[in-house]
Design a protein around this ligand. Structure first.
Ligand SMILES: NC(=O)c1ccc[n+]([C@@H]2O[C@H](COP(=O)([O-])OP(=O)(O)OC[C@H]3O[C@@H](n4cnc5c(N)ncnc54)[C@H](O)[C@@H]3O)[C@@H](O)[C@H]2O)c1
Length: 384
């Protein structure tokens, strides 16, 4: 059993505390907002009761997990932690100050992890005396349900600490994938074209949202890109796209579309505001039939971009092909890992789709990854 501190008792911190407690750890939660940590322990108790009611957990296991989570007043009380996971607001300044405080409060051998989605682990650890013990531990929402944990490794993170963080995630029943701490890590980077390419297809007038969504669900995806963006929130989706674009020196691969920016500027944030890509005034939009040729044209274009993005990430050595595919299946519920899919489809075919797009739009957005060009030329594999 380990002693785990969780700082930030919001949506993610509460979920992470629950995951650790269910796995038998002794968990202490704190939050800057008075009462927030206690409220999180109550939410966890209610969630655990729901698990018992649904027959997914025994009353004894639920009581043990509940007893394992405790609200504490502040970081000073985390002095005995083996691992502290930070899940406070997504602000570099706030996180840096907090890690300085954690470094002073915690034991020298405590591992300090951040659940950041968009910030650099290297930047968060900058200026600390022991940046080697800072590592990413990126859970997905809702943490108790989502199996994936990305372990983004900062420039100064030690291998041993990254192994320890991955080990905790696996011990808690998650699948851990390791990656470099680069913009979007694996999932938020490789998933960009799922939305971005769909929006370009819309902007070009090839098809409307409903037909593009239908094409993608026919290709095996659980939700189409527009319905999914409306569920996530277009403000959150745009912030994610903008963050990757800005952090990659405005690489045309990630440039947010005019259509998305306009949507957010109008306040059409998705289901939460009643209107996004779709109007929800009369309930969920009805599914439409899509003609097979259109469905193929749309899904090939989006899929080629996903394969290319995954291949580019592997090219840069930021994660192994296996971890990339695992991350995309578990972090986004894609029906397949993009590299394995590219192999089934065939690298030459993926390259043809990109080349045709590149010829029409020579902006750099459709430039093929080295790995794809090589696989197409040699008959090699993208995943292998
Ligand atoms: N929401 C998601 O889908 C999601 C998914 C993965 C990662 N993340 C990341 O997890 C982190 C938390 O996100 P969230 O959605 O749980 O946010 P949230 O707003 O629900 O919770 C943040 C909590 O941190 C507290 N807090 C703020 N500053 C603090 C400080 N200095 N010390 C202690 N507590 C402080 C706030 O009072 C709040 O309770 C962010 O870094 C976010 O990017 C979010």
């Amino acid at each position: 059993m380990s002693v785990v501190g969780v700082v930030g008792a919001g949506a993610m911190g509460g979920g992470i505390a629950q995951v650790a407690a269910v796995a038998g750890e002794e968990v202490q939660v704190c939050d800057a907002q008075p009462g927030a940590a206690a409220a999180a322990t109550e939410r966890i108790a209610a969630q655990l009761q729901r698990e018992v009611d649904k027959g997914r957990m025994t009353p004894d296991a639920s009581a043990a997990a509940r007893a394992g989570v405790q609200a504490v007043d502040g970081v000073a009380e985390l002095a005995g932690s083996d691992l502290v996971i930070e899940a406070v607001v997504e602000s570099l300044g706030v996180k840096r100050d907090l890690f300085k405080e954690l470094e002073r409060a915690c034991r020298d051998d405590a591992v300090l992890a951040t659940n950041t989605s968009t910030l650099s682990v290297t930047d968060i650890a900058d200026g600390l005396e022991h940046p080697e013990r800072v590592c990413g531990m990126h859970f997905f929402n809702p943490a108790p349900l989502m199996r994936l944990v990305e372990v983004p490794v900062g420039a100064l993170t030690s291998d041993e600490v990254a192994d320890q963080v991955g080990g905790w995630a696996e011990l808690w029943g998650k699948t851990a994938v390791r990656c470099a701490s680069t913009p979007g890590f694996i999932v938020n980077r490789v998933a960009r074209p799922y939305y971005g390419e769909a929006q370009r297809i819309l902007e070009e007038g090839v098809a409307d949202c409903a037909h593009i969504d239908a094409a993608m669900t026919a290709a095996g995806f659980r939700m189409g890109p527009f319905a999914l963006a409306d569920l996530i929130g277009n403000d959150i989706n745009l912030a994610s796209a903008t963050s990757v674009w800005e952090q990659t020196d405005e690489d045309p691969r990630y440039e947010p579309t005019r259509a998305q920016r306009d949507l957010v500027a109008r306040g059409d944030l998705g289901r939460k505001t009643g209107r996004g890509w779709y109007d929800y005034a009369a309930g969920a939009p009805a599914p439409v039939e899509v003609d097979a040729d259109l469905a193929r044209a749309v899904s090939e274009r989006v899929n080629a971009m996903l394969v290319n993005e995954a291949a580019a990430l592997a090219d840069r050595g930021e994660a192994t092909p296996d971890d990339i595919d695992t991350a995309m299946r578990l972090g986004t519920n894609y029906p397949f890992g993009p590299l394995a899919y590219g192999d089934v489809w065939g690298a030459p075919r993926v390259l043809d789709v990109l080349t045709a797009l590149h010829d029409r739009h020579p902006t750099g957005r459709y430039r093929p990854a080295e790995r794809l060009v090589r696989a197409a030329a040699t008959g090699g594999r993208l995943h292998g």
